[in-house]
Write a protein that binds this ligand. Sequence first.
Ligand code: SAH
Length: 347
Amino acid sequence: MKKEILSMTIEELEEMLVSIGEKKYKAKQIFAWLHKGACFEEMSDLSKKTREKLDELTVLNYPKIEQKLVSAIDGTVKYLFAMYDGQLIESVVMRYKHGNSICISSQAGCRMGCKFCASTLGGRARDLSAGEILSQVITAQKDLGERIDNIVMMGIGEPLDNYDNVIRFLTLVGAKGGLNIGYRHISLSTCGLVDKIDRLAEENYPITLSISLHASSDEERSEIMPINNKWGVDELLMACRRYFDKTGRRISFEYTLIQGKNDSPFHAKKLAKLLLKYFDKAPFHVNLIPVNEVKERGFKQGSEKSIQTFVSILEQNGVNATRRRRLGSDINASCGQLRAGAGSAKN
Ligand code: SAH
């Protein structure tokens, strides 16, 4: 079977080259070309013979830009990418003062079943390979002609449900000679797979862990997030605390504000009390996201005043909280919506 070359590390490329009688040093050249989005013919410092061998032994697939939307308000760019088999995924580039951030997908679809989320509507079609996760960054960077500085794994899919490929992706994206993006510029968001959070703490990647919490009791969380039936709020927050103790990295909690469900002053106080119980004086951060109204879901955003009240109650209780700025509101920039609208896969 042919190897998927974008998923290969420099060391693996070296091994492959040596096994076919090629020089080891060429691996670095190939790696650099690949991470710039070049196809084999464009690798001008390799001989034709070497390029032909690569083509015989491996497959190289960059995603095809199926659709590209640019926000007239803030320049956010949303890509709908078609993978080699027609699976559709989304990536979004957001422009901030401190640089470009890309939000990438880790699976085609999702099987976590969160009630407010568009990405899980059709279930999970398949995992993305490490190369496919990486290729979103490569293709967007090439298309924009600008460097991407930060990565958030908050697109379609549950990254920790595709653990090995995500770890391999982290190795590739941080490698010297490739995109070389520092781990402190990478965030990974999870709905709370406790066993994998513990595993991640053992890996040596100083990335930022984001937890999609969205509720502060088991009863309320289980109602909107099925994963909570497997690992409850206490188990999740204990794992977060262990992660912090092990890595020293501040955890970020995502809390989607849904009108009439979790957005009252009572809920704000309960959330502050819960997080302080586990973190006490250890640093953590809460990101508040007014729910994106997904047609199929029926959840609504509360009033502007209710959102501001929620933020101030957290702050009064000593909890560091920010309200997420909504970028790309004119292009439906939140992930999952284009894919769902396009009927999941292209045939
Ligand atoms: N599976 C991962 C990452 C993908 S979702 C996770 O659950 O964290 C990225 C973030 O967007 C999560 O916090 C998710 O809960 C949130 N989200 C999903 N649908 C949303 C919606 N309709 N409105 C607001 N936030 C949403």
